[in-house]
Ligand binder design. Structure first.
Ligand code: PLP
Ligand SMILES: N[C@@H](CCSC[C@H](N)C(=O)O)C(=O)O
Length: 393
């Protein structure tokens, strides 16, 4: 277990490492092989091949264990690789899995790939409905995948209640939590009882949209071993240079998030005043505001809003200049997107319709820019969009 002596804001900056040369910053071990001491042993520090382990990756993993305050972490080459490793490690044909109805599009796509390929039974339910969840979890439920707040509908799930109920019904049920939206600074899913916490480090943890990475965390030795087996066997461990960049990016996580949340809150208030239906856990109008703050320390910096008209939404996005039109979130710069056609386009349109996915939903991922510039950009885009829409009528 990591040393909890320092507070989290100190732990994210203080990287412990030893390289033999007293380098202040952990070096990049850009080497695939490590010389063995003899044919019967590995190198002095137990490395032989970077797929199995690399000192830069080890430094990052220990650093993340200290931030998350957990026993084991593994870093892999994307958030989706985390889910792939988990499903490969724990599911076999005919196993039953429960997941949310509005989980991230890429997760939905991967689950259904496993369903077709390995005959896993996947049931999607409204994970925000605790009673419904309790009625669906059985002793045959092998794995539950939760996300909160969900991307992009910003629904909140009662993680502690669902997890303890699942463990009561089936002590071997693995509850997995995707913490990409919150990061370890705002939420600690392992403390809420989940078995595996994973997140896309491509987002907030790295924060600069220049690497893909994923983090897996757990406290159970057996689970950690099974995860490592797949990572080592398939070679999904994060490369040394990307590990080094992630160590660097992590150091500013706290101050980035602070500013991003502050900006996001102001944008949410601005949009709510314009009478858009705004989904943001920082707003008292969010129906699960209290639940969210009972399990998280902050609202995060992703909001979504409905304009009531898909054309209007498209025109708003088109007219933004400072907000880039792109998928992803968690970067220092602000982004705008239409999830239906972008991040969630991998879900069958028929399924999205069945799940009442709002077609006009705009997602904002808020960065650290000056808030006045962000509000002006959006204000200008909304004004131009309304004018263009009226001209077309
Ligand atoms: C909530 C969530 N989980 C997982 C992922 C997957 O992460 P990555 O893109 O790093 O594979 C994403 C986005 O891609 C996401 O939004
Ligand atoms: N074309 C990509 C889309 C990635 S979406 C990335 C991110 N999670 C988001 O929510 O914006 C794909 O096919 O996965």
């Amino acid at each position: 277990m990591s040393n909890p002596k320092y507070n989290i804001n100190t732990r994210i900056v203080k990287v412990f490492h030893e390289d033999g040369n007293q380098a202040s910053i952990p070096p990049i071990y850009q080497s695939t092989t490590f010389k063995a001491d003899s044919i019967d042993s590995l190198s002095t520090n137990n490395y032989d091949y970077t797929r199995s382990g690399n000192p830069t990756r080890t430094t990052l993993q220990s650093h993340l264990a200290s931030i998350i305050n957990c026993k084991h972490t593994w870093v892999v080459n994307s958030g989706m690789a985390c889910l792939d490793v988990i499903l490969s490690a724990f599911l076999k044909p005919n196993d039953e899995l429960i997941a949310g109805e509005d989980l991230y599009g890429g997760s939905d796509r991967l689950l259904h790939f496993f369903e077709r390929k390995s005959n896993i039974k996947i049931n999607h339910y409204d994970t925000t409905n605790l009673e419904l969840m309790k009625s669906k979890i059985t002793k045959d439920t092998k794995l539950i995948l939760l996300e909160s707040p969900t991307n992009p509908l910003i629904n909140v799930v009662n993680v502690k209640e669902i997890t303890s109920y699942a463990h009561k019904i089936n002590p071997n049920c693995i509850v997995v939590f995707d913490n990409t939206m919150m990061t370890p600074l705002l939420m600690n899913p392992l403390e809420l009882g989940v078995d595996i916490h994973y997140e896309s480090a491509t987002k907030y943890l790295n924060g600069h949209h220049d690497i893909m990475a994923g983090v897996l965390a757990c406290n159970n030795d057996e689970i950690a071993k099974k995860l490592f087996f797949v990572i080592n066997s398939t070679g999904s461990g994060l490369a040394p240079f990307d590990s080094w960049l992630l160590i660097r990016g992590l150091k500013t996580l706290s101050i980035r998030l602070e500013r991003e949340q502050e900006n996001c809150m102001k944008l949410a208030n601005y949009l709510e005043k314009l009478n858009f239906k705004v989904r943001y856990t920082g707003l008292k109008s969010h129906p699960q505001y209290n639940l969210h703050f009972s399990q998280c320390k902050g609202p995060g910096a992703v909001l979504s809003f409905e304009t009531g008209n898909i054309k209007l939404s498209e025109l708003i996005i088109k007219n933004c200049k400072l907000f880039s039109t792109t998928v992803s979130f968690g970067s220092v710069s602000s982004l705008i997107s239409l999830p239906l056609k972008m991040s969630h386009a991998s879900i069958d349109p028929k399924v999205l319709k069945e799940r009442n996915f709002p077609q006009d939903l705009i997602r904002l991922c808020v960065g650290i820019e000056d808030i006045n510039d962000l509000i002006n950009d959006l204000d200008n885009a909304i004004r131009l969009a309304k004018r263009e829409l009226n001209a077309k009528l």
